[in-house]
Write a protein that binds this ligand. Structure first.
Ligand code: ASP
Length: 361
């Protein structure tokens, strides 16, 4: 009997404590728990086709349409890969290949000329899952430099090849297309080189604020940085970044810009984000721009937009550099930040919403 009352008493205490718990945990708390991020429905892709003094008044409607068409084809090519469950590394190559094959952009066909009248191409790619990278500089015969960068990452023990060595490696890879250097020639870029050489001693404001610039000079400023790049988050939750360029018009002495320098023009890390840059490369190297954005996110928990704004509008601008970046984080949030007048850019999310922009808006 004594036992029976003890059990009854303990039971009563348990009942009271449960009641108390319920009172302290309102049902609303359960309903407000956020669903964990699902990359299968939150994947996305962002591309750029270069930044610069891209002002509406310096573009004809036909030029605008032509640029937008290539940007759309490019982003849709990468997006289709993601949609079908492909990797971000695959997607960025597909998107970049479209822009490399278009004469409109300073990458692959249509790349700018060196002082010696050559096209020397740079590219890099980074896998955010493994932090592995592949990079090439100063190649003259590789049709799609981004694909060779990928081969450096996946088929070699090294991360960066330059010039003749990079081309020897390219020749050993069965699916890398080699072309005659004349393939890269475009009259537009050759004229830009001739004008650059002619006016070498005339100081033009690099930002294009020079109101006395004539039409040709404006064209040069507008297309000064036409590098192409892509960042993507795939359905598996992996980030990747890639960038491809001809560098800067009239470059000399084997000049290498930010594009093949990991952390400067390209960076990807699943812990934070993927970044691809375009602009005056020397400043992007000095500012370690792409890695800085990722580091701010990883170490300080800053949002992608805040990190991109801080690095481009504050650090890079103070340094005297111009250009911009595209970035996507491991949740699919994006940033397209630049301090130049414009940047060719596009974004597409998992729902298929497409945004293509050129000017500041
Ligand atoms: N960043 C490239 C370079 O300096 C140029 C560009 O963005 O167009 O090589």
């Amino acid at each position: 009997m004594k036992h029976f009352f003890s059990i009854l008493f303990v039971g009563f205490l348990l009942f009271l404590s449960c009641k108390n718990q319920e009172a302290r945990q309102p049902a609303t708390e359960i309903t407000t728990i956020e669903k964990p991020f699902d990359p299968a429905t939150g994947y996305g892709i962002v591309i750029h086709g270069g930044a610069g003094t891209i002002l509406k008044e310096n573009m004809t409607p036909e030029q605008e349409v032509a640029y937008k068409e290539v940007l759309e084809t490019s982003i849709k090519a990468g997006h289709a890969v993601l949609e079908n469950g492909g990797t971000s590394l695959e997607a960025i190559q597909k998107s970049i290949n479209v822009m490399e094959d278009s004469p409109l952009f300073n990458a692959g066909k249509g790349a700018v000329f060196t002082n010696e009248g050559k096209n020397e191409l740079d590219a890099s790619i980074m896998d955010g899952a493994s932090l592995n990278v592949g990079s090439i500089a100063g190649v003259t015969r590789v049709k799609n430099p981004i694909n060779l960068a990928y081969k450096v990452m996946t088929n070699s023990k090294h991360v960066m090849f330059i010039g003749a060595g990079a081309e020897k490696f390219a020749a050993s890879q069965s699916d890398i297309t080699l072309v005659d250097p004349s393939y890269f020639y475009t009259e537009r870029r050759m004229n830009a080189l001739k004008r650059a050489v002619e006016r070498e001693k005339v100081e033009l404001d690099h930002d294009g604020d020079n109101k006395t610039a004539n039409l040709e000079q404006r064209e040069d400023l507008r297309s000064k940085y036409g590098t192409v790049g892509c960042v993507a988050l795939d359905k598996h939750g992996n980030l990747a970044a890639g960038t491809s360029t001809g560098g800067m018009t009239n470059k000399r002495f084997g000049r290498v810009g930010d594009v093949p320098i990991i952390g400067a023009g390209t960076y990807a890390n699943n812990a934070s984000c993927a970044v691809s840059a375009t602009g005056w490369g020397e400043y992007f190297i000095r500012g370690v721009v792409s890695h800085d954005i990722a580091a701010m996110m990883e170490y300080k928990g800053v949002s992608i937009e805040e990190a991109a704004k801080e690095v481009i509008q504050n650090k890079l601008t103070k340094l005297g550099g111009s250009g911009g970046i595209i970035a996507i984080d491991n949740k699919g949030n994006i940033a397209m930040e630049f301090n130049s007048a414009g940047m060719y850019r596009a974004h597409m999310n998992a729902k298929g919403d497409l945004e293509i922009k050129i000017y500041k808006e």
